[in-house]
Design a protein around this ligand. Structure first.
Ligand SMILES: [Cu+2]
Length: 269
């Protein structure tokens, strides 16, 4: 799996590799409408995966990041407090996990993971080799042995309000169309008292993190808040959906020392 990257100017994307993951550069989020070009270091990866991988067993994995001449890359930027962000999703997007592999040496990151059921999972590694302006993405499909869970249909939510961990979270968009910069806002209040939550805590150096993945798992967008003013109850993100379709979005926020994750499914049309 190879990444595809896009810029705000070239929505049609800067094609660095043959591709199927999409990434909105953080320059989009950091500088509203800025024309900063993306600067992505081309990479390849080698995944060290035990065989077999079984459900509900803690399993060690490694990923080695290399340049295009197959040499390990040994120096990485720290982005949002980590050298690598790694997402694990099931094929039906019902399972989502966000972890931080540990850098060891010679381009190698290690991480343990376990899986709630048998089936296919996609691993998405997001990292920035030293000198890169925007992050590189490497992905890997993994088959996990074990009893499979029933596939969940990926159906757009009728109501974009959910209760998670005692928080009532609503998601709104200024528009929900492809290939245009748009704002999406999470509004967070206490589910019981209905009082707005104004004391969110920074999570990985921002007031929240959002990942969006298309229903076919091919498009990946890691989105940071465009502003970090205040600590809630509203957190606004800016992004571009590359094309029409159904996307699952996971917002992650921290409150009372605990990270909570709220998923939504939307249709971009
Ligand atoms: Cu992360």
């Amino acid at each position: 799996m190879r990444p595809l990257f896009m810029t705000i100017i070239l929505v049609s994307s800067v094609l660095l590799t043959s591709c199927n993951s999409l990434k909105v550069p953080k320059s989009v989020m950091d500088h509203e409408m800025s024309a900063t070009p993306v600067d992505v270091v081309p990479t390849e990866s080698e995944w060290k995966v035990p065989d077999p991988v079984k459900a509900n067993e803690n399993t060690p994995f490694s990923i080695i990041i290399k340049d295009r001449s197959h040499k390990p890359i040994t120096s990485f930027e720290t982005v949002h407090e980590k050298k690598m962000h790694l997402f694990i999703i099931s094929r039906d997007l019902s399972y989502f996990s966000h972890i931080h592999p540990e850098y060891k040496e010679d381009g190698r990151f290690d991480f343990p993971a376990d899986f709630p059921a048998g089936g296919d999972y996609k691993l998405i590694a997001d990292f920035t080799p030293k000198g890169g302006g925007d992050s590189s993405v490497e992905t890997h499909w993994l088959h996990v042995e074990g009893a499979t869970a029933d596939e969940e249909a990926i159906v757009p939510d009728e109501k974009l309000t959910k209760v998670v961990d005692g928080k009532e979270v609503s998601l709104t968009f200024d528009k929900l169309v492809p290939e245009k910069t748009l704002h999406m806002t999470f509004s967070i209040r206490d589910a019981k008292t209905k009082k707005p939550i104004k004391n969110l805590q920074p999570y990985l150096g921002a007031m929240g993190h959002t990942v969006a993945i298309s229903a076919d798992t091919e498009k990946y967008l890691h989105i940071h808040p465009m502003t970090t003013e205040g600590n809630g109850p509203k957190v606004t993100f800016m992004t571009i959906f590359p094309e029409k379709g159904i996307y699952k979005i996971w917002g992650q926020f921290k409150h009372d020392g605990k990270v909570f994750t709220v998923p939504f499914v939307v249709e971009v049309q």
